[in-house]
Ligand binder design. Structure first.
Ligand code: NDP
Ligand code: OXD
Length: 314
């Protein structure tokens, strides 16, 4: 029985070594190794080349090495077997650190003070709003969105969340579906996007949506933080919204094209913070452990965590 590592952009050998340590009795191979395709029962993948898994006709389950599964579902030739994604506290905590940090950076105007420091400029005359007067709206109330919401609430922000289906989350104002999106946006000063990329969400962060954000907030104009997927955002609309004051700033971890091309104006825009799609990196220790646990559960006939609903695309 073989576990196959099919990854692009990450160190496949390092992942294979980690799985081999945890599964000493299993053959662990990397896509491209000289193996019998019929021996492959488990595949772990991250941005594999579409079509490259069709040869593994005995595969029983495919794991994403991340929380997102758009990189797998976009492959029309993906074997029709259960898909499992990462639902792990290590990854969740990393994302919440990112979201809380960037909400605080915008609240406390840290980019402005960085720029002032480079000029040795001592200017403390701008008002500092309190977190309790700033409304954060989180798009996506899944594993990541709910944890970020809880931690932002602890920091004092007024937090609300938006999801596809109605969700009840203790101490959180919630909105659902396209009918309640306008009301959610109208009460939001910092928009945090933690949505999956699906046919329904592609391009959702566009100029019409930005125009619906609160115009009476304490940050001057609304702020966008996107750590979901680049395909959710229309980058030309973000740039024009920053230019005409519809948005005051953006923090972007994900991009329409990754790595972000050197020609993108986002790199050097003074109101944009760019991070290289590592808001919540998959840490091999934690993620491989999660996958091995799910393999054991499935072998025992139990329901695994992180089962993906192919129909909804996440
Ligand atoms: P979940 O599947 O747990 O949650 C997804 C949430 O999005 C759910 O609340 C779901 O609604 C909501 N949603 C989905 N489609 C729609 C829609 N059409 N309209 C409104 N809401 C919708 O995902 P996670 O929280 O675990 O992860 C979210 C995403 O974060 C991942 O898919 C991935 O793209 C991204 N990510 C990015 C990382 C990075 O480093 N930048 C790291 C990890 C993840 P409902 O509750 O009704 O189902
Ligand atoms: C993920 C990611 O989906 O890192 O986990 O983007």
């Amino acid at each position: 029985m073989t576990l196959l590592v099919a990854v692009q952009g990450w160190d496949a050998q390092a992942w294979a070594a980690r799985f081999q340590t945890l599964l000493p009795d299993v053959v662990v191979a990397v896509l491209g190794d000289d193996i019998d395709p019929a021996s492959v029962r488990h595949v772990v993948c991250w941005r594999h080349t579409p079509g490259s898994l069709v040869q593994f006709t005995n595969v029983g389950v495919i794991f994403s090495l991340g929380a997102g599964v758009d990189h797998m579902i976009s492959d029309p030739a993906l074997p029709k077997v259960p898909l499992i994604r990462i639902v792990d506290p290590d990854l969740t905590n990393r994302m919440s650190e990112y979201v809380v940090m960037h909400c605080l950076m915008h609240l406390r105007q840290q980019r402005r003070y960085d720029a002032q420091a480079r000029l040795k400029l001592w200017d403390d005359d701008r008002a500092q709003p309190a977190a309790q007067n700033v409304r954060v709206g989180i798009m996506g109330l899944g594993q990541l969105g709910r944890d970020a919401a809880r931690k932002l609430t602890v920091m004092g922000f007024k937090v609300a969340g938006w999801s596809r289906s109605p969700r009840t989350v203790p101490e959180l104002e919630t909105f659902a579906g396209s009918a309640e999106l306008p009301e959610f946006l109208a009460r939001t000063d910092i928009l945090v996007c933690l949505l999956p990329l699906t046919a329904q969400t592609r391009g959702i962060l566009n100029k019409n949506l930005f125009k619906g954000l609160a115009r009476d907030g304490r940050l001057g104009a609304p702020v966008l933080i996107n750590a979901g997927r680049g395909g959710l955002q229309v980058e030309s609309d973000i740039l024009s919204a920053l230019a005409d004051g519809t948005l005051s700033a953006a923090t972007l971890d994900v991009f329409e094209s990754e790595p972000l091309p050197a020609s993108s104006p986002l790199w050097i825009h003074p109101a944009v913070t760019v991070t290289p799609h590592n808001a919540a990196m998959s840490e091999p220790e934690a993620v491989a452990g999660f996958i091995v646990t799910q393999m054991a559960r499935m072998a025992a006939g139990e329901q695994p965590d992180g089962l993906v609903d192919r129909a909804s695309g996440y």
